[in-house]
Design a binder for this molecule. Structure first.
Ligand SMILES: [Zn+2]
Length: 140
C-alpha cells in the first residue's frame, strides 16, 4: 500500500497519515505514506482533495491505470482517491479509513462497527473490524 498524498489540505493530510499508520500498517499490508506536489505514475495510491462540486459524494476511488482480472478478483496498480471539499464529512478519520479500505479491495459491508459501512454518518468507528482485517491479511 503505497500512498502518495498530493497537496492535501490539513484535515485530509492528517487523517490519511493517521489511518494508514494506525489502521492499515498493523495488518499484513506493507504501508508507505509520502507527500508530493503531483501524482506521477507507477504502482501507487494517489490521494487528492478538491472541491468537486455537489455530487453527493464525500469521496471515492478510481482506477487510473493497470487494471487486470475480473470481479471479485480485479486489481488496479494505480489508483486515485478523491476527497470532495464541497462537503464536510462526519469524520475525516472515518472517511479516510473508508476510502483506503476500497483501495485494498474491501467493499461496503453490513457491520456498523466498520469504517467500510456504506453510510459513514451511521458507521460507529474509524477503524476496521476483525473481519475486515482477516480479508486484508488473507489477500496480502
Ligand atoms: Zn464506499
Amino acid at each position: 500500500m503505497n500512498i502518495k498524498r498530493v497537496a492535501l489540505t490539513t484535515n485530509y493530510n492528517g487523517a490519511v497519515l493517521n489511518r494508514a499508520n494506525n489502521v492499515y500498517d498493523p495488518t499484513d499490508l506493507v504501508v508507505t505514506v509520502s507527500s508530493a506536489a503531483t501524482c506521477g505514475s507507477g504502482k501507487q495510491i494517489c490521494v487528492f482533495d478538491q472541491d468537486y462540486g455537489n455530487n453527493n459524494l464525500y469521496g471515492w476511488v478510481a482506477c487510473r491505470a493497470g487494471s487486470s482480472g475480473a470481479n471479485p478478483n480485479r486489481t488496479c496498480e494505480h489508483q486515485w482517491v478523491r476527497f470532495n471539499l464541497a462537503y464536510t464529512p462526519p469524520s475525516y478519520q472515518r472517511l479516510a479509513c473508508h476510502e483506503l479500505a476500497h483501495t485494498v479491495g474491501l467493499r461496503h459491508g453490513t457491520e456498523t462497527a466498520s469504517c467500510v459501512f456504506p453510510n459513514i454518518a451511521q458507521a460507529t468507528t474509524s477503524a476496521l473490524t476483525t473481519h475486515d482485517r482477516a480479508h486484508i491479511n488473507a489477500r496480502y
